[in-house]
Write a protein that binds this ligand. Sequence first.
Ligand SMILES: Cc1cc2nc3c(=O)[nH]c(=O)nc-3n(C[C@H](O)[C@H](O)[C@H](O)COP(=O)(O)OP(=O)(O)OC[C@H]3O[C@@H](n4cnc5c(N)ncnc54)[C@H](O)[C@@H]3O)c2cc1C
Length: 502
Amino acid sequence: MDKKNSEKNVIIIGAGASGLMAAVWAARGGTLVTVLEHNEGPGKKLLITGSGKCNFTNMLLSRKRISGKTAGEGKVGTDPYRGSALNDAEAAVVSDTKVFKNAVMEHYHGDPEFAASAIEAFDAEDTVRFFRELGVEPAYRRYPYDEGIYVYPASMEAGSVLRALMDECERLGVHFVYGCEPEHIKRSLCWEIETDGDSFMADAVIFAAGSNAAPKTGSDSSIYPLIKDLKHDFDPFMPALCGLKTEAGILEGLKGVRTEAGVSLHVYSDNDMMLYQSRGEVQISSEGISGVCVMDISRYAAIALKRGYDVELSLRLLPWLSEDELRDYAKSCIERDGGKIRPETFAGALPLKLSGYIMELSGIEEQDLLKSEDDERTGHKDVLSSEARRCSGMGNAAVKAVGYTRGTDDIDKAVERITGLLSDLRFRIKKTAGFDHCQAASGGVSTLQIDESTMESKLHRGIYFCGELLDVDGSCGGYNLQFSWSSGKIAGSAAASNVNLH
Ligand SMILES: Cc1cc2nc3c(=O)[nH]c(=O)nc-3n(C[C@H](O)[C@H](O)[C@H](O)COP(=O)(O)OP(=O)(O)OC[C@H]3O[C@@H](n4cnc5c(N)ncnc54)[C@H](O)[C@@H]3O)c2cc1C
C-alpha cells in the first residue's frame, strides 16, 4: 500500500533494535511512522553489541538449520577463542524443525514458548535475508563447546547493521523525534502520548523501549509509568547475562586469569539445591568471574540472591579430563616434581596464578612442611623464583605455601585433595555485576497479556510490545537480537495491517 494514501499512523517508542525493525515493517505496511526516542540518536545499545561487532543472530534459530557437519567441521578448535569462519557453501542447510524448537527452548527464558512462536514466524534465515537485502553481508562463526553458528556483519562492525536499518527507515520516510520523553498514554479517539514536550496522537503505539540492561544506553525502564497507565502486568527487571562477584579480595591473586572450565551454579534454597551448568572460557578479575559460560547462567544467580538464597559457583578445571584422568594428572604432576608441590606444579595445564592458588588452597604445606627434614632445620623454604612470585601476584603468601609430600600415604592424600580442588573449585557468590554491566535483563511485560501472533496487547487494541521490554531473555550468541528482530517485525507488520483495516 502506498504510504502517501494512508492517513493512519503508528508511533514507536524506542529507536533500538526492535523499534527500528518495527518501524521498517510498519512503514512497509503503508502507515506513517514516527519513532520517539529519548536519546539524541538511534541504536546506542546496538552499536556496542558483540563487542562492537554485533552478533545479530544465530543460525540455530533457523527452521532450516545449518548442519553441524557441513558447517566447518574440522575447523572448529583451530583457534578456540577467535572462532572459525564458514562460507556460504559450508552454510548448507538441512531441514530440522525439532532441533530448531529445542534450540529455542534451551536458549530463551521467561517465556520460551512465546519466543518460539515469534522466531518461527521470522527466523534467523529471514533475518540474514532481510539484512542482505539491505546490503549487510553475513559472516558465520563457530566456537568451541557451542553448537550454535554466530552471525555477524561481514564488516565486523555493528555500525553496518544500524546504518542499514536507518537507511531503510529514511527510504520509507520514517520520522524520528529525538530527546523526547513520553510521560503518559491515554485513549481518546485514538491513542494520545503526552511527552515532556508535545503530545502525539496515534492509531497504534508500539512499545520498544528495551529493558534495564546497560541503562546508560537509554534502556533504563523510564517507560514504566506508561506500562502502569495501561495496567499491564510487569515482572521487575533483573540482571541477566553478566559476571558474578565474590567477596572483595578473594580473587585478587587470580586477576587476569582466563581458563577453560566446566561451570556449575549451586543455588541453595530452604530445602533444595538447584544446579545450572555450562562450559567455556572463564575470565577472572579482582572482583568477579565472567565469560560467556558464566553470563549464560547468571540470571539464576540474580534471582536466587534476590530471594536471599546462598549461591556458589564451582569451576571444573581441565574439563576435558574425566575424574580418573584428573587424578592421574594430579599424581603425575606431583611425582614429576619429586613428591613436591609448588605453585608451578600444575602450571603446564593451568595458568600459573591458578596453579599457585590451587596449591595454596590445598593447605598441604601446613601438614607436610612439618614433616620435611629440610624445613625442620630451615623453616619454610622459598623455592619460588622472584619471576614466579611476580607472575603469580601472590607475594609472600605464595612463598609460605610451598609444600612437600613425603611417603606414599602423603602423596595419595595430596593427590585426592588436589583432584578435589581441580574438579570443584568453589567460590561463594555475593552479587551479580548488576544492570550497568549486563547484556540483557530478565523480567518485563508479561507475555500472558500479549497475542503472540501480532504482539498486540490483549488488554488494549492498537497497543503493541516488542523486544527486551517483554518477559523474554536469551543466552549469549545472537539470541536476544533475534528476538528483537522477530518481535519487532511482527509488531510493525501487524500494527500496519490492523490500523489499515479500520
Ligand atoms: C554490551 C552489550 C552487548 C550485547 N551484545 C549482543 C549481541 O552480540 N547479540 C545479541 O543478540 N544481543 C546482544 N546484546 C543484547 C541486545 O543488545 C538487546 O537484547 C537488544 O538491543 C534489545 O533490543 P530492544 O529494541 O528491545 O532494546 P534497546 O536496543 O535497548 O532499545 C531500546 C530503545 O528505547 C529507548 N528508550 C527507552 N526508554 C525510553 C523512553 N522512556 N522514551 C523514549 N525512548 C526510550 C532507548 O534509549 C533505546 O534506544 C548486548 C547487550 C549489551 C548491553
